[in-house]
Design a protein around this ligand. Structure first.
Ligand code: HEM
Ligand code: HEM
Length: 162
């Protein structure tokens, strides 16, 4: 199957919806952390509002990522830009690591919360740092393309394929 020339409207919407949903995951994590401590100590915990604001967007991210990956694997995505190089390979690797973490984070979160599994909570806590680093690299690369290389790569995530 030849690679498409651009992302579809749905792929673009999913990219930005997931990016937006990730913001509260990092900003509002005190509630879930507190509730989880109670769960681990006492064997049960009420789902406070603070916990809900983490659980709901987190589960939504999980569903949207499954949808996004299904599209990625069936419809595909445009070729990575530029000639084969270490940088281009790094970009592809970072994209797939982001997909992996977008799956692993909600899965470990759900295992921790719904299954009361402390180890899953620890993996969740450690991997959030890796996700942040990768997002940082990804955004820095997007800005480099836009303002350093001036190749208007950002347009690929704004303008759906006609
Ligand atoms: C991509 C989605 C998610 C991201 C980026 C994310 C991010 C985070 C962050 C930053 C923390 C705070 C960690 C810390 O205290 O240092 C956290 C804690 C936690 N999250 Fe998530 N989360 C996601 C999805 C979920 C989901 C879907 C659930 C459950 C339904 C969940 C359950 C938890 C629990 C139980 C904790 C406490 C873990 C602990 O203290 O060991 N998370 N999450
Ligand atoms: C300001 C924030 C962001 C900007 C400017 C941005 C920009 C872009 C651009 C321009 C592309 C297309 C690259 C290409 O065509 O080769 C892209 C792809 C991608 N972005 Fe972002 N992004 C942002 C945030 C995020 C976040 C928060 C995530 C998830 C954690 C994410 C995950 C991805 C993934 C996985 C791809 C690869 C899509 C594919 O080819 O399958 N992005 N992003």
């Amino acid at each position: 199957m030849p690679a498409p020339q651009g992302y579809s409207r749905t792929q673009i919407l999913l990219h930005w919806a997931i990016a937006a949903l990730l913001v509260p995951q990092f900003l509002f994590d005190d509630g879930i952390s507190g509730a989880f401590r109670t769960l681990m100590k006492e064997g049960s915990a009420t789902t406070t509002t603070g916990a809900w604001v983490h659980i709901v967007p987190g589960v939504a991210i999980f569903v949207l990522v499954l949808w996004r990956l299904a599209l990625r694997l069936t419809r595909g995505a445009p070729e990575a830009p530029g000639e084969p190089s270490l940088q281009r390979t790094a970009g592809i690797v970072v994209h797939w690591l982001l997909y992996a973490l977008l799956l692993i984070m909600p899965v470990t979160g759900m295992m921790a919360w719904f299954g009361a599994i402390g180890a899953a909570g620890e993996v969740h806590e450690i991997l959030q740092n890796l996700l942040l680093v990768l997002i940082g690299l990804h955004v820095a690369a997007a800005l480099w393309h836009q303002f350093g290389l001036k190749d208007n790569l950002l347009n690929r995530m704004r303008q759906p394929e006609a």
